[in-house]
Design a protein around this ligand. Structure first.
Ligand code: ZN
Ligand code: ZN
Ligand code: FE
Length: 763
């Protein structure tokens, strides 16, 4: 089976390009390129940038994108390129359309990676900005992380305390200069400066010496906290196993993969395989962390960077400071958020001394204040397109445009991977990734992001949209507010967010699979099929429910999910037969869990697909205890390991009044009997079963548009196989591109549901 089905079918690619792309011959260039490649569609100028709609087969569109960036007019510069694949419309030619005015919503641009010209300056010994780590121009540099309020002007940024020197002022006020009105413009004479501090905050070195001393500390295996663009990184030599282990210990992060920064694009390719899409993402102005497949197992990188993981999270330097540091080092480093596990990233150097005390050996800091934390974004290729898994630097706070005027609503998101959103006219602004709302620090960050959104975009919300889960801190925040609240069901929000970014109108069949979400029937949902019609949804199918002993505790203990699945299928027999591998539970543990299950104590009923993954990971003896959320499911995906197995575990479909229940019991029976099956085959058959379950429901429901959302659709094998199978069936699959499929996308869905219900109420 072709993994993605009809690859050569027509797609429509919508591009919104911001930067120095207007009045520089950009549209004629696009026109020529499109005609060259036989691409149909149009290009126009709008208030928010150059908009292109390009229709062709996917490989041609990929080439269009690459050549667009490689051959664009020399004086143009792309600061941000947003791409979205949409249903084709069947254009018959390519045209340059009249400029459309469009509303002029004040936009806050994201932070942009260092441009090639600034790069040349910092490495040119004759230039006055030689080795200056805060070099920037109108095309690149900090934006969102330094803006206090609009309009965007130096006096309203954290650069206001730095008075420009004569030369910088001249550049700033010369319309012919690359730095004309570059608000953060600075030079070694007048701008921010580096210092290296010891843990007591005493300066050990200044300016370039501080950078060299930091590089030396990294070479010696020490842990360096580096104040960057949107917060602190913790940095160690990626080749030094001992240092990486020490970092894990001090940061209290057991096995969750660390991100890496490589000195150059070429150096990445020595360690990783990268497709054309991935290569483009690595070098994009957003400069995200890209998940890349490692090309070899023994590559000289420390084992404990990403234990047992065939992927590496890789980024390139994106500020002059990072470029200079990486040039000094010449080898890859671990660059992980400067925080204690699960807390938001640290942004202030004095706060860093306190919060990173005992973690970092030295601190490379500077005196340009960071106004708001912005983590590195994470992307991966999915179905031949870009998929944003963590939306932060480079993307936030660019809005998602919708076709109608929306009432102003603030959506507070979910609990995990929280981000908030706000609707303003026909834009939805989604905030940067905030994190899990589990401790006081992240709760503070959550409130400060809401506050800063309200003032930045001058929001006067009519209502707050929130999840239905009463225990989510975000829900509680909404309930404590004086504004009316609109609770939105979790999985409905997932599907609406995916529909919004794909420009999709109902009806559609939504498949929302994740770890957990509040179900209106009092159970924990997570393996849901929702039929979406105007302004509402109907649950049409779900995975077979089971009781999870200990509820949330099972997130960290896949073995509990395995026990729960077995109990559901075999009843009390599981406690005295050899279904469970020896030693997974102690006798005492089994006795307690048994009692919980028999008496239904603290054992909520769930239909969670995420927990089904966990359960199978444990049944297959792959992982019984998880060190971070989603680890077992991730390892089950990796275990598939390119196996060519095409068949699936058996399952049943039960039909009860207008509801299909997908019963995985036959699969559990098979998994425990076929114990000698290689893990890769078992993993394939498990994934293939899930895919066939979705296909079966899609067939029976008979809705052509099938929308995939929820954390499970970060799984590449599952998602791509499902896309392929749905296409084979003549159906149209849709998945996420610019908004995360995980709970980071919930706020957008909440906005869509809440604004629709406000508008319906008004009619
Ligand atoms: Zn620049
Ligand atoms: Zn200056
Ligand atoms: Fe979710």
């Amino acid at each position: 089976m072709a993994p993605l089905g009809t690859e050569l079918a027509l797609s429509r690619l919508r591009l919104l390009i911001r930067g120095a792309v207007q009045g520089v011959g950009f549209r004629p260039f696009i026109f020529r390129l499109a005609n060259d490649l036989g691409v149909k569609g149009w290009v126009t100028n709008s208030a928010s940038g150059v908009v292109i709609e390009a229709e062709a087969s996917n490989p041609v569109l990929q080439e269009f994108l690459q050549r667009l960036e490689a051959e664009k007019p020399a004086i143009s510069f792309i600061q941000s390129l947003e791409s979205t694949y949409l249903d084709p419309l069947g254009f018959d030619s390519f045209s340059i359309r009249e400029s459309c005015g469009g509303e002029k919503t004040a936009l806050v641009l994201p932070d942009i990676a260092t441009c090639p010209e600034c790069m040349r300056e910092i490495f040119d010994p004759a230039n006055r900005r030689y080795r200056y780590p805060f070099t920037n121009c109108t095309n690149c540099g900090p934006r969102f992380t330094i803006i206090e309020s609009l309009p965007y002007d130096r006096a309203r940024t954290t650069m206001k305390t730095f008075k420009m020197c004569e030369e910088c002022s001249r550049e700033y006020s010369n319309p012919a200069d690359r730095r004309f009105h570059a608000q953060p413009n600075a030079c070694p004479k007048c701008g921010p400066k580096l210092e290296l501090w010891n843990p007591q905050g005493q300066a050990l070195a200044r300016e370039y010496d501080a950078l060299c001393a930091s590089a030396q500390a990294v070479r010696e295996g020490r842990i360096v906290a580096v104040k960057g663009l949107g917060g602190f990184h913790l940095v160690v030599d990626a080749r030094n196993e001992e240092s990486v282990r020490e970092l894990r210990k001090r940061k209290r992060r057991e096995e969750k993969p660390f991100a890496l920064m490589f000195p150059t694009f070429e150096s990445v390719l020595k360690y990783c395989d990268a497709t054309e899409v991935e290569r483009r993402l690595l070098r994009a102005p957003e400069s995200p962390i890209v998940l890349l497949r490692r090309s070899q197992l023994r590559d000289g990188l420390a084992e404990s960077i990403a234990p047992g993981n065939p992927y590496l999270g890789v980024m390139l330097p994106y500020t002059p400071l990072h470029h200079l540091l990486m040039r000094e080092l010449g080898f890859p480093i671990v660059a992980t958020s400067g925080n204690l596990s699960e807390e938001p990233i640290c942004i202030d150097e004095h706060e860093a001394l306190r919060r990173l005390h005992g973690i970092a050996d030295v601190f490379l800091v500077h005196n340009r204040p960071i106004l708001r934390h912005v983590d590195d974004s994470v992307v991966r290729e999915m179905g031949g397109r870009e998929l944003v898994i963590r939306r932060a630097r480079g993307f936030a706070p660019l809005p998602l445009h919708v076709d109608r005027e929306l009432p102003c609503v603030v959506a507070v998101g979910a609990q995990q991977k929280n981000a908030i959103a706000a609707s303003v006219h026909s834009n939805v602004f989604v905030s940067q990734h905030i994190g899990d709302l589990e401790n006081a620090t992240s709760h503070e960050a959550f409130q400060s992001v809401i506050g800063s959104f309200e003032s930045l975009f001058e929001l006067k919300p009519a209502s707050l949209a929130c999840d239905m889960h009463p225990a989510y801190l975000s829900t509680q925040y909404a309930q404590a507010s004086a504004l009316p609240q609109i609770p939105v069901q979790h999985h409905y929000a997932h599907i609406l967010s995916c529909m919004a970014e794909n420009d999709l109108e109902p009806p559609a069949l939504g498949i929302a699979w994740d770890g957990s979400g509040f179900g209106p029937d009092g159970t924990v949902w997570g393996g849901e099929f929702l039929l979406i019609t105007d302004g509402k949804f109907q649950r049409v199918a779900h995975l077979r429910p089971f009781r999870l002993p200990g509820g949330e505790k099972a997130v960290r203990e896949p073995r509990r999910c395995a026990l729960a699945l077995l109990y559901e299928v075999f009843g009390e027999r599981v406690f005295d037969s050899g279904f469970l591998a020896a030693g997974v539970f102690s006798e005492e543990e089994l006795r307690i869990l048994g009692t919980m299950l028999f008496q239904r104590i603290n054992s909520p009923v769930t239909t969670s697909a995420g927990r089904l993954f966990d359960g199978f990971a444990s049944l297959l003896n792959l992982r019984h205890m998880a060190r971070f959320e989603g680890q077992a499911a991730m390892e089950l995906e990796f275990a598939q390991n390119g196996s060519p197995i095409e068949d699936a575990y058996p399952f049943r479909v039960q039909e009860t009044d207008e509801m299909f229940v997908l019963d995985w019991a036959p699969a559990v029976e098979e998994a425990v009997t076929a114990k000698d099956e290689p893990l890769s085959a078992a993993s394939s058959r498990f994934h293939n079963m899930l895919v066939e379950m979705c296909v079966e429901v899609a067939k029976r429901v008979g809705e052509k548009k099938v929308v995939l959302s929820g954390g499970c659709f970060q799984n590449k094998y599952l998602t791509e196989r499902l896309i392929g199978r749905l296409r084979e069936m003549g159906l149209r699959p849709y998945w996420h591109q610019r908004v995360p499929p995980n709970d980071g996308g919930i706020a957008l869905g909440q906005i869509m549901a809440a604004t629709a219900s406000l508008q319906l109420g008004r009619e």
